[in-house]
Design a protein around this ligand. Structure first.
Ligand SMILES: [Zn+2]
Length: 71
Protein backbone atom coordinates (compact mmCIF):
# COMPACT_ATOMS: atom_id res chain seq x y z
CA UNK A 1 0.00 0.00 0.00
CA UNK A 2 1.27 3.44 -0.91
CA UNK A 3 2.10 5.88 1.90
CA UNK A 4 -0.71 8.32 2.58
CA UNK A 5 -0.74 11.62 4.49
CA UNK A 6 -2.16 11.21 8.00
CA UNK A 7 -3.46 14.75 8.35
CA UNK A 8 -4.41 17.67 6.15
CA UNK A 9 -1.68 20.32 5.80
CA UNK A 10 -2.72 23.79 6.93
CA UNK A 11 -3.04 26.62 4.39
CA UNK A 12 -0.04 28.38 5.92
CA UNK A 13 2.11 25.25 5.74
CA UNK A 14 1.24 24.79 2.05
CA UNK A 15 1.85 28.46 1.28
CA UNK A 16 5.11 28.47 3.25
CA UNK A 17 6.37 25.55 1.15
CA UNK A 18 5.24 27.22 -2.11
CA UNK A 19 7.02 30.45 -1.17
CA UNK A 20 10.19 28.92 -2.68
CA UNK A 21 8.59 28.04 -6.06
CA UNK A 22 8.81 31.55 -7.57
CA UNK A 23 10.73 32.46 -10.73
CA UNK A 24 13.97 34.38 -10.57
CA UNK A 25 15.11 36.82 -13.21
CA UNK A 26 17.86 35.35 -15.45
CA UNK A 27 21.39 36.68 -15.11
CA UNK A 28 21.65 38.84 -18.24
CA UNK A 29 24.92 40.05 -19.69
CA UNK A 30 25.74 42.44 -22.54
CA UNK A 31 26.55 41.24 -26.06
CA UNK A 32 30.15 42.29 -26.84
CA UNK A 33 29.30 43.35 -30.43
CA UNK A 34 25.95 45.16 -30.14
CA UNK A 35 25.50 45.65 -26.31
CA UNK A 36 22.04 43.98 -26.26
CA UNK A 37 21.21 42.08 -23.06
CA UNK A 38 21.70 38.33 -23.67
CA UNK A 39 21.01 35.15 -21.69
CA UNK A 40 24.01 33.06 -20.58
CA UNK A 41 25.01 30.25 -23.00
CA UNK A 42 22.71 31.65 -25.72
CA UNK A 43 23.46 33.33 -29.05
CA UNK A 44 22.59 37.04 -29.19
CA UNK A 45 18.96 37.40 -30.45
CA UNK A 46 19.83 40.62 -32.32
CA UNK A 47 23.07 39.80 -34.15
CA UNK A 48 23.31 35.99 -33.68
CA UNK A 49 26.87 35.99 -32.34
CA UNK A 50 28.00 33.53 -29.67
CA UNK A 51 31.64 33.45 -28.49
CA UNK A 52 32.79 35.54 -31.46
CA UNK A 53 31.18 33.41 -34.19
CA UNK A 54 27.90 33.79 -36.13
CA UNK A 55 25.54 30.93 -35.24
CA UNK A 56 22.12 32.34 -36.15
CA UNK A 57 21.16 34.21 -39.32
CA UNK A 58 18.78 36.63 -37.62
CA UNK A 59 17.16 37.64 -40.97
CA UNK A 60 15.97 34.10 -41.85
CA UNK A 61 16.40 32.33 -38.45
CA UNK A 62 18.35 29.64 -40.29
CA UNK A 63 21.22 28.13 -38.35
CA UNK A 64 24.51 29.17 -39.89
CA UNK A 65 28.12 28.93 -38.82
CA UNK A 66 30.26 31.53 -40.55
CA UNK A 67 33.59 32.20 -38.95
CA UNK A 68 34.34 35.88 -38.46
CA UNK A 69 37.97 35.31 -39.47
CA UNK A 70 36.97 34.27 -43.05
CA UNK A 71 34.81 37.38 -43.58
ZN1 LIG B 1 24.60 41.07 -30.33
Amino acid sequence: MAPLPKKKHSKSRTKRARAHFGFKAPQLSKCPSCTTLIKPHHACPKCGIYKGEYYVDTATFEAKKVNLATK
